[in-house]
Ligand binder design. Structure first.
Ligand SMILES: *Cc1c(COP(=O)(O)O)cnc(C)c1O
Length: 370
């Protein structure tokens, strides 16, 4: 075998695979571990989604509806947009991939922030595009520096709003001013994976932005069922955008990119208002509780518009991560993102939050950080 690996592929760092929880438990000799590392919904999947999926199982011998007719209709009604402004993805990650496939050719440029969600840059590398990465400023997207980075070859700008991992959201007035300065040949992508957890006064009027694109840049809003709807394992998300942008994305997708169970489950989850409410309220209460208790432990935590937040543990974050792991509490060390003393956790159930705090208290002592 003599592989001819293109240089843009050779230089990609693979996504750190992370072992299944079962393997970690075996290795560390622990049981009943809890995972607060991936911003998942701790309250489980939407029960209505689970029920709908169970009754759809008998149809697995059929190909799914390639147009996603009912889910698209449900989303368009729920968000007050037209069906031709909706594109479904196998996770919102697939919408990122479609955007890059449809709009980025070799040597075209894409602007992202650092630290932010890592997938944007990866798809650009696969396509042979050029990533321009702008550092955050005081934990926020540096919109002025991003405008300065725009060139003739800029095709896309990705902004996760709120940002992962900092949990900060762009003030709406700043976004409006920013969009006025972006040339109309560029598409601005707002990744709103955590929009459901945001304060109302920070929310962007998505519908207006995608519908009225006359004389300014296109805007795409990405949403997911992986967080507030509790369906991360199902892989389903969507984008809201002008119908001309949507038409280009439909050209590059596989006909059956969304599986049958995802179509059924997501539609049921969208209608499960009780579960959604429980998730939003439970997350808010958990966040307030955790931040209060962390202050008592002497750890600084950072305000967040999401279901996760950063904590300054006052010492090497990776050592603390390992100590926590031995106690069966899985958190994320932010060292790889350049925050050497920070961990990121998502809010858990009340029992998980307590267990996290207990483990943290002893690990801070073990590591000599307090
Ligand atoms: C979790 C997350 C997503 C969700 O991706 P899916 O493919 O829909 O699961 C998207 N963007 C950001 C910034 C996230 O943190």
């Amino acid at each position: 075998m003599k592989l001819q690996i293109p240089p843009n592929i050779a230089e990609i760092t693979p996504y750190p695979p992370g072992k299944p929880i079962e393997e970690l438990e075996r290795e560390y000799g622990i049981r009943d571990s809890i995972k607060l590392a991936s911003n998942e919904n701790p309250f489980g999947p939407s029960p209505l989604a689970v029920r709908a999926i169970s009754s759809a199982l008998a149809n697995l011998h059929r190909y799914p509806d390639g147009s996603g007719y009912y889910l698209t209709a449900g989303i368009s009604e729920h968000y007050g947009v037209k069906a031709d402004q909706v594109v479904l993805g196998n996770g919102s990650n697939e919408i990122i991939e479609f955007l890059v496939k449809a709009f980025v050719q070799a040597d075209d440029e894409v602007i992202t922030s650092h630290p932010s969600f890592l997938m944007y840059q990866k798809f650009v590398q696969v396509r042979g595009g050029i990533n321009h990465v702008v550092g955050l400023r005081d934990m926020y997207h540096d919109l002025a520096a991003i405008v300065d980075m725009i060139s003739e070859r800029t095709r896309l700008i990705f902004l996760d709003n709120p940002n992962n991992p900092t949990g900060t959201a762009i003030p709406p007035a700043d976004l409006v001013a920013f969009l006025e300065r972006v040339p109309d040949s560029v598409i601005v992508v707002l990744d709103e994976a955590y929009v459901d957890f945001m304060d109302d006064d920070l929310r962007i009027d998505t519908r207006a932005l995608i519908s009225d694109v006359a004389g300014r840049c296109g805007v795409v809003c990405m949403r997911t069922f992986s967080k507030a709807y509790g369906l991360a394992g199902l892989r389903i998300g969507f984008g809201l955008m002008d119908k001309k942008i949507a038409a280009s994305l439909h050209k590059v997708r596989q006909p059956f990119n969304i599986n049958q169970l995802a179509l059924t489950g997501a539609l049921a989850a969208l209608e499960d208002r009780a579960f959604y409410r429980r998730t939003i309220d439970g997350t808010r209460e958990g966040k307030e509780y955790l931040m209060r208790e962390l202050a008592i432990l002497g750890c600084r935590s950072y305000p967040s518009q999401t279901n996760f937040f950063l904590i300054d543990v006052g010492g090497d974050a990776t050592l603390l991560y390992e100590a926590m792991l031995k106690k069966g509490v899985i958190v994320r060390s932010m060292k790889a993102y350049g925050f050497d003393r920070f961990i990121r956790i998502n809010i858990g159930t009340p029992a998980e939050n307590k267990r996290f705090l207990n483990a943290l208290q002893s690990c801070l002592r073990e590591c000599g950080y307090v």
